[in-house]
Design a protein around this ligand. Structure first.
Ligand code: ADP
Ligand code: MG
Length: 346
């Protein structure tokens, strides 16, 4: 027991950061935080299990970074400002070197996004990290999955598939020819994409002032875009002038292969083999996928670019069922050999 409290005091108490007067962080039965006026609280939780969500060989500092980053990415997709996090940590043993490195990774990301660690729970068992992140969003302004409309453009931030390629590298699945097509900078770029994803907070804040539907890409573009469609269909309403007929009651999407943003590393990989599953269906990129009205796209793109954020149109929302992958926007050809399912735990 004493060890458990030593561990918390040594590694986690220093991350409780500067709280406002009257707020309470680590050390009591619960944390006490003050909501800013006219804001709503956004709460997200993600669990990472060793060997399921990250290879068992992943360095502890990167495990910590990723456990927090995937949660901040959910806040980004809601358009929220990150406020604070709590940490449920299950450890197989009290390994000081591992904890030291884990705490360093935690400190990196908490400092980068200015989120204090305000509490948690520490238990013994198979290595499992559960982070709950809390964020604030202006009253009624949260970004939702359900706002997509027919005719909207579909866009993504950054590049797609790099984390999926990083996973192949981390799991040593590359043959000699494949290894030869990536230089060391490209290898570390992909490993970084896998282990140190960058939550798109600034973009989420920007999208909030447009009528966008948004999701973060954790399970692959096609699967996550499917979630936008599902929610948008569920909440779809028609004005009286739009008498829906049977053929026009579903929102679907088209994705154009020639528009997918591919990094230098992915382009080198494609020079060896064209593997669309990576940018379309591999998980872990934590970029945002969002819909936006055609009339708003150029202003949105300009504002994003001014902040150094890369955004790319990859398709559009259409009135037809499901997601169709096409070679380009002019083509009538629908390519059928893609898996639309993300990773399924059960
Ligand atoms: P209780 O028994 O009242 O639930 P604990 O003994 O579990 O409290 O925790 C003591 C304090 O340490 C609490 O304030 C809790 O939030 C904090 N804490 C425990 N584990 C962690 C952790 N992994 N990260 C951050 N804070 C933690
Ligand atoms: Mg208690």
């Amino acid at each position: 027991m004493a060890q458990e409290f030593n561990l918390i005091d040594q590694f986690f108490l220093p991350l409780s950061g500067s709280l406002q007067a009257g707020e309470v962080g680590i050390g009591d039965d619960g944390a006490v935080m003050t909501p800013p006026p006219n804001h709503q609280l956004v709460v997200v939780t993600d669990t990472m299990v060793s060997g399921v969500h990250f290879p068992v060989t992943t360095p502890a500092d990167e495990v910590a970074w990723k456990a927090v980053a995937v949660n901040l990415s959910d806040l980004a997709a809601m358009g929220a400002k990150p406020a604070f996090i709590s940490l449920g940590l299950t450890l197989p043993e009290n390994d000081q070197a591992w904890l030291q490195s884990f705490a360093a990774g935690l400190r990196d990301i908490c400092t980068r996004f200015k989120v204090p660690l305000i509490g948690g729970d520490t238990t013994k068992g198979p290595l499992t990290i559960t982070v709950t992140a809390h964020g604030w969003v202006e009253q009624g302004r949260a970004l939702l999955r359900s706002s997509a409309q027919a005719g909207d453009m579909i866009a993504v931030s950054g590049c797609l598939g790099d984390a999926g390629l990083g996973l192949k590298i981390a799991l040593k699945q590359l043959n000699q020819n494949q290894q030869a097509c990536l230089d060391s900078e490209q290898v570390s770029h992909c490993l970084n994409a896998l282990n140190r994803p960058q939550p798109q907070i600034e973009l989420g804040r920007l999208l909030q002032s447009f009528s966008c539907a948004a999701i973060d890409i954790s399970d692959g573009l096609l699967a996550d875009l499917g979630h936008i469609l599902q929610q948008s269909n569920k909440h779809r309403t028609f004005t009286s002038s739009e008498q829906p007929n049977a053929a026009h009651t579903e929102l679907g999407a088209e994705i154009y292969l020639d528009q997918l943003p591919l990094s230098r590393a992915m382009q080198s990989w494609f020079a060896q083999q064209t593997e669309w599953a990576l940018p379309l269906a591999a998980g872990d990129d934590y970029q945002l996928c969002f819909s936006v009205a055609q009339s708003e796209w150029s202003r949105l793109q300009q504002l994003a670019n001014e902040q150094g954020i890369k955004v790319t149109v990859v398709g559009r929302i259409v009135e037809s069922q499901g997601v169709s992958v096409k070679p380009n926007s002019e083509s009538d050809e629908v390519l059928s050999d893609f898996s639309f399912e993300g990773y399924q735990h059960f």
